[in-house]
Design a protein around this ligand. Structure first.
Ligand code: FAD
Length: 236
């Protein structure tokens, strides 16, 4: 996998956990919405400490965009990224991954699982092809939601929030279950895109199977656990 040096143009918090990073875009760099990238810090001794993140911007933009949940409680990569000033250099690989749009469907995300959907939904809006898509976005609390205004603009009435730990007037409380899916999804004869922690993804797939959804129409990606990192060596 090729590696590219990029630098941080801007970084700011979207809420208490998630930080948006705007990066320079290498000449000719290409990706499709839903693809991810391995990222490390381009300083001596840090280049091999890589983690996967998903592009949230679009390929036709002049800059790259990542939205990263900062795990500030311990000294992992995201905590180090949080402390980098504008102008700091990162190493990114070529874009990879096959989590891509296959047609009208229901997007079901939890936590940082929203990131591939941000890129895919932005792309669909740009192409004027978003009207047949629905997003169910689950978080513990309303404060955990990112990009609420833009998601509302992109999806209008086809955006549904679920909060698992907070009673919020006007919003759905508690977990996603089969009853909720039956009430919320009008057409089960379409694609299902599922992204979030492994347990969430597994549970949603089981529910969809119980509701008679064909496995080949379910596209999923598990975030955050069991990550197998590739053998990427820094350029010397
Ligand atoms: C394909 C893919 C795409 C992804 N895209 C995104 C994205 O766009 N945005 C995003 O925010 N995330 C994304 N992730 C998840 C992201 O890669 C991880 O959150 C990131 O690797 C965490 O890095 P870290 O170095 O801070 O934590 P790591 O050191 O990698 O730790 C991973 C997990 O282990 C636990 N842990 C480790 N050490 C400790 C400790 N000392 N104390 C307590 N808990 C600990 C934490 O729960 C943490 O979540 C993606 C994951 C995958 C697989």
């Amino acid at each position: 996998m090729n590696k590219h040096v990029v630098s941080i143009v801007d970084s700011h918090y979207l809420n208490k956990d998630f930080k948006q990073f705007v990066l320079t875009k290498p000449k000719g760099y290409k990706f499709i919405p839903g693809q991810s990238v391995y990222v490390s810090i381009n300083t001596q001794g840090q280049q091999n400490d890589i983690r996967p993140f998903t592009f949230t911007g679009l390929n036709n933009w002049d800059t790259l965009e990542l939205i990263i949940k900062i795990h500030s409680g311990y000294d992992g990569l995201t905590n180090k990224l949080d402390k980098l000033p504008v102008g700091s250099e990162l190493l990114i690989t070529d874009a990879w991954g096959t989590f891509s749009y296959k047609g009208d469907g229901v997007f079901i995300a939890a936590g940082s699982g929203i990131t591939p959907f941000i890129a895919i939904l932005r792309d669909l809006k740009e192409k004027n092809q978003i009207s047949g898509d629905t997003l169910i976005y689950s978080n513990q609390m309303k404060d955990d939601v990112i990009m609420e205004n833009e998601l509302s603009y992109l999806l209008g009435p086809n955006l549904h929030f679920v909060f698992t730990r907070q009673n919020v007037i006007g919003f759905r409380e508690n977990r996603i279950d089969e009853i909720y899916l039956k009430e919320t999804i009008k057409n089960f004869n379409q694609h299902f895109y599922v992204c979030g922690p492994a347990e969430f993804v597994q549970n949603i797939i089981s529910m969809l199977s119980n509701l008679g959804i064909e496995p080949q129409t379910i596209i999923f990606e598990k975030k955050g656990t069991g990550i197998k990192l590739p053998d990427v060596k820094p350029k010397t």
